[in-house]
Write a protein that binds this ligand. Structure first.
Ligand SMILES: Nc1nc2c([nH]c(=O)n2[C@@H]2O[C@H](COP(=O)(O)OP(=O)(O)OP(=O)(O)O)[C@@H](O)[C@H]2O)c(=O)[nH]1
Ligand SMILES: [Mg+2]
Length: 313
């Protein structure tokens, strides 16, 4: 069942949600408005029709957010989810359903159907994800991260595989302090126990850590901590879903200086893999800010990069 789903953003940044009528599938839970795409109906027509029928509004701006195929025991749905804005009209529950504008952060506290987890994550995650590159001193690291925070980066992975655990964690703590005033999240490399640290915003797993069962991460994980993973192929994307991570990077999309000689998958294969995954996917490898639009239009969350962010002033 192809379902057109709208994450409707008001001018103030809040998001419109509605309560599913009790007698419907997933009744009584909150939803992002939308409904079934009829055979031979164009997607945008279907979405506008549903929003008109359910809420008495129309929308004028569309941007793909995420596609999720989910198997419920009774049916399989393809939630084709778009961010929409340019709302005309005042939303009202035409079918008697409760409707509400909420801050994005509130979404994690509400009950949605089981398929919706990745939609909420996709709403909360930015389009850019910086992975730290080479540095020769703590001062250089701090200077570069500060600059990118000023430039608007809000999601950062601290990667320094050449460091021992102790100096790595020491620097990580300093970076965490830098990130806080910007409300930026710093993801670390490490084992599940690291999640116990109060200042740990989350962990980014290497692909070889995907075999660690989800229960290990759950033991230590607190509300608001991100779990991400590096994926390079379809098998790892499936492992990431099984490990219940929140989002992934997919690489290398293009040839890259940081991993010379590694065969890149290319844009077409990356698009295919991204569409096939339930999770928000950042494209990584030889990409920069100028590729963001292309990545988003291909179904990705955005672009992750070392070089493109690390070296630019
Ligand atoms: N609209 C919407 N549907 C969702 C969400 N999450 C989710 O699992 N679904 C599932 O997608 C399926 C189709 O959605 P729908 O019930 O809105 O379809 P519709 O408006 O055409 O309904 P109707 O024609 O049965 O009245 C349902 O099985 C619903 O449970 C969501 O966030 N929004
Ligand atoms: Mg509906």
């Amino acid at each position: 069942m192809h379902v057109a789903v709208a994450v409707i953003r008001g001018e103030d940044g809040r998001i419109l949600i509605a309560k599913r009528p009790d007698d419907k599938h997933m009744g009584g839970l909150w939803e992002f408005p939308g409904g079934k795409v009829e055979p031979d109906e164009d997607f945008k027509t279907a979405l506008n029709r549903e929003l008109q029928e359910e809420l008495d509004i129309s929308v004028s701006q569309f941007e793909p957010l995420i596609t999720i195929q989910h198997r419920y025991p009774e049916k399989t749905v393809l939630l084709d989810t778009w961010k929409v804005s340019g709302v005309q009209g005042t939303p009202k529950g035409n079918e008697g359903q409760e409707v509400q504008w909420v801050e994005p952060e509130q979404l994690t506290t509400l009950s949605f159907p089981p398929a919706n987890g990745p939609i909420v994550n996709a709403v909360l995650l930015p389009r850019q994800y910086m992975v730290t590159g080479l540095f020769s001193s703590a001062a250089e690291l701090i200077e570069k991260v500060s600059r990118q925070l000023e430039n608007g980066l809000r999601l950062i992975q601290f990667r320094a595989p050449w460091l021992q655990e102790k100096p790595y964690l020491h620097l990580a703590r300093e970076l965490h302090h830098l990130c806080q005033p910007f409300n930026a999240k710093l993801l670390l490399k490490g084992n599940p126990e690291l999640l116990q640290e109060s200042w740990c915003d989350g962990i980014h797993l290497r692909s070889d850590q995907l075999s660690v069962p989800a229960s290990e991460w759950k033991k230590y994980r607190r509300e608001g901590q991100w779990l991400a993973a590096s994926c390079h192929n379809e098998e790892q994307l499936l492992e990431a879903e099984a490990a219940e991570v929140d989002f992934v990077t997919l690489s290398p999309v293009r040839p890259t200086k940081s991993h010379p000689g590694r065969l890149s998958m290319g844009q077409e294969r990356a698009t295919e893999l991204t569409r096939g995954s339930k999770l928000p996917v950042y494209w990584l490898g030889g990409l920069g800010r100028s590729d963001e639009q292309l990545a988003v239009e291909s179904g990705a969350q955005g672009v992750a990069a070392i070089g493109a962010f690390w070296s630019i002033r």
